[in-house]
Design a protein. Structure first.
Length: 207
């Protein structure tokens, strides 16, 4: 009986040592990552809405529906010299007065190295998208005036890469103001099937 208790206590001591060693190891790893993170001071990526090519914009009433077709050029720059960025399934869409007016368009997952610039050209569109009546009136008025203010938004997930270590996922939200003067033929460049407007708008980014 004494031998059994001795053996049992020995097993407990070994188990406690293994557990303590594991916890200490994990603490050291976490502390190393935290110190490295504090030293590197990661910066958020910088987004610019460079241009928008308008191919369709039509508002109907009773019911109020909107059909649009844009192609956007969006650049993203990683300002960090020692940190890479993984973009996981970014979704691009447009809003008007806080209401979504296009479908989601997905930008495939990709990796952005140190100081690298990525360029994306997604089509953002919607066919007979229901619009609130008061927004429909405002859209019709903007269309008559020849210009529209809308927001291009990008939502998704990002991960940071420091050396061989990759962090967990963080939400990223990007908002780009877009002023489209489609009533002024001199404000854009005529292209096949539409008009391209240079915007060069800085976007707000939160992570």
């Amino acid at each position: 009986m004494s031998s059994y208790c001795h053996h049992k206590n020995r097993r407990k001591k070994i188990l406690y040592r293994v557990l303590a060693g594991t916890l200490i190891f994990l603490f050291i790893i976490g502390l190393t990552v935290l110190i490295t993170w504090a030293i590197l001071k990661p910066q958020k990526p910088h987004f610019i809405l460079q241009d928008a090519s308008l191919y369709a914009f039509n508002v109907t009433s009773n019911p109020t529906l909107l059909s649009t077709n844009f192609q956007l050029t969006i650049s993203s720059r990683n300002p960090n010299s020692k940190i890479g960025i993984y973009y996981d399934k970014l979704h691009v869409f447009a809003t008007y007065r806080s209401q979504q007016i296009t479908y989601y368009t997905t930008i495939p997952s990709n990796y952005q190295d140190h100081k690298e610039v990525n360029l994306w050209s997604p089509f953002v569109y919607g066919t007979n998208v229901p619009v609130a009546p008061y927004n429909g009136l405002a859209l019709s008025q903007d269309q008559a005036n020849g210009a529209i203010w809308m927001m291009v938004k990008i939502n998704g997930r990002v991960r940071w890469k420091v050396g061989s270590i990759t962090t967990g996922s963080y939400n990223i939200h990007v908002t780009c103001p877009a002023y489209i003067p489609f009533g002024n033929s001199n404000a854009g460049l005529t292209i096949v099937g539409g008009v391209k407007y240079q915007l060069s708008t800085d976007c707000a980014v939160s992570v």
